[in-house]
Design a binder for this molecule. Sequence first.
Ligand code: UD1
Length: 413
Amino acid sequence: MDSIQVTGGAALHGTVRIHGAKNDALPILAATAAVRGKFVLRNCPKILDIELTEQILHTLRISTVWDGDTLLVDSTQMQPAEIPNELACQMRASVLFLGALLTSCGRASIPFPGGDWLGFRPVDYHIRAMERLGAQISAETDRIIGSGKLHAGVVELPFPSVGATENLLLSALGADGPVRIIGAAKEPEVSSLAAFLSGCGAQITGIGTSCLTLTPGPLHGTAHEILPDRMETVTYLCAAACAGGEITLTGVRPELSKPVLDALRTAGCELAETEDTLTVRAGGLHAVPPIVTAPYPGFPTDAQPLVTAALLRSDGITVVEERVFGSRFHHIPALLAMGANLETAGQILRIRGVEQLHGADVTVTDLRGGAAMLLAALGAQGESLIRGARILRRGYQDLIPNLCTLGANLREV
Ligand code: UD1
């Protein structure tokens, strides 16, 4: 998939099953390099970032075998190795191999991680916290090299960083006593990683709170079910909001997306939820009170571009404030090219709804920004060409076939 041709205007109808979460599966796969054992990971998504992570695992002699949507991982024969640049530079989550390899090998050499450009994305919280717990880390120009095992202690994160919390949990598995993380991220994917590590033999208290304590123990393999993807869920909801129609999502956890569901309801979407399904019916939408992105349980930054797309044709003005990343409006020029009325000032975006959008030739800038372009195109009049759409494969399984099944008029070119 390099480009997607979209003819907008078709309402969506039908049912889609949501896959496992990228941001849950990635740290758990990194964790298999911290623990020698055999793992059964159910509900694993088949997406590009997982393929890349499998390749990193293979360089460490960790095997992976698919059985439907279950990934079987065997790290019993693991051998230390440098993580290759060409793999790590494509993905942010590659930095988690720092903590994982410190635990299993006492040494790690990883390239600076890649991933979406959302402003400068340092890893100083990861490094400083590990150093405070006794690891020696040198961050050279293109690699981070760590050595030494952690000692017991308390670290406080200046911001509840998801990646730093996960990396600390992975490195704490090899510590000589309990490690307490104050100011930890509370995202459901962090709690899922903690539950996975508990299954591997660590003792973890405070799961789901901002104070996590990990007490290391003898480690072994385990089985775990990956959470449903919150952002895939929001993407389909916003697709229906853009194109109109009525769709049902199955295999979801609605309670994990509450701030987004609240915003869509306020905008006029009819949403019905059960424990594991969500049905959305969307017609004309109106503006909503200001949206401010924040760490969980706040409004997720990853949903910001998607909900923006949903509000482009709303009645009125919505203000969006991006507070998690320094630069997360790269998709805005593409939406402007489709006729949207948007203004940015620093971290603030003002959406003034327009009657109609029109098709345009645009290029994907980042995973969620690219998805926002695709959603806007579904609700625009005429044809759009979304270039660079391979990036969407990083985080979405079967996105194009699923949208076609729902009645969207689009094809890969
Ligand atoms: C993860 C998610 C990403 C999501 C983000 C916030 C994965 C693979 N990615 O990214 O989809 O958008 O959480 O929910 O799970 N920061 C620093 N120094 C650090 C670490 C972070 O300054 O050492 C800053 C970042 O630049 C950013 C903020 O903290 O401004 C939040 O980043 P963080 O929570 O770490 O996001 P990621 O783990 O990279």
